[in-house]
Design a protein around this ligand. Sequence first.
Ligand code: PGA
Length: 249
Amino acid sequence: MRNKIVAGNWKMNNDLAETEMFLVELKKQLFPENVVVMIAPSFTNLNHTFRSLREHPVMVVAQNMHQSNDGAFTGEISAKMLKSVGANTVILGHSERRAFFMEDNAILAEKVNTALENEMTVIFCIGEELEDRKKENHFQLIKTQLHEGLFHLSDSAWENIIIAYEPVWAIGTGETASPQQAQEMHQFIRKTIAENYSKTIADKVSILYGGSVKPDNASEIFAQEDVDGGLIGGASLNVESFMKIINSF
Ligand code: PGA
């Protein structure tokens, strides 16, 4: 059985006081046993969040990391640093990193390797722009992102890979892919992994959907056969809406 996962990606939101307010509320909640819950605060709040959630079934995730293990990279954060503050999972390849910070598939493949060498789990984001979909190039683009970002990995590495399909046109726009569009792409991703590895590996990979998931559309999306949960931006910043999404399976 694949893990069901709901991960909150806070992006560049919540300072320390706001993080603490969120955590106080979050810790009052009851979590369903069949869902893995994760939150990804900013780097500066990882340590505090990890310590605060020690007794709670919520995992702390980083939003990014550098591909080198250490060195002269002013302003960057390494895998070892993340692990030392309790983040054993990292989001890589988010479309905002690709678009605003020039992270291409080659850099992302290096980041994936470094994360795995450091025994971390990777949430690897892929997704097409609206232009790609209009030109009906979206399947090809996703295939390329998979090939260049992940398909150099060994079979066993896939135990530590989670995929997040996030169509760029649906992120922060209020426009969600329809449940059918999500299912169609998730099925395609799983089929592509099966073709390049095996059906056994493909069937075990959790594939999350991301892009304007809200309490009122989460259950329809999560009900799709190949959708194993969500990567949630805006709606993860509020405990009430985040919990509603977590309880949408
Ligand atoms: P959104 O963001 O839910 O605000 O659209 C999703 C994401 O970027 O991971």
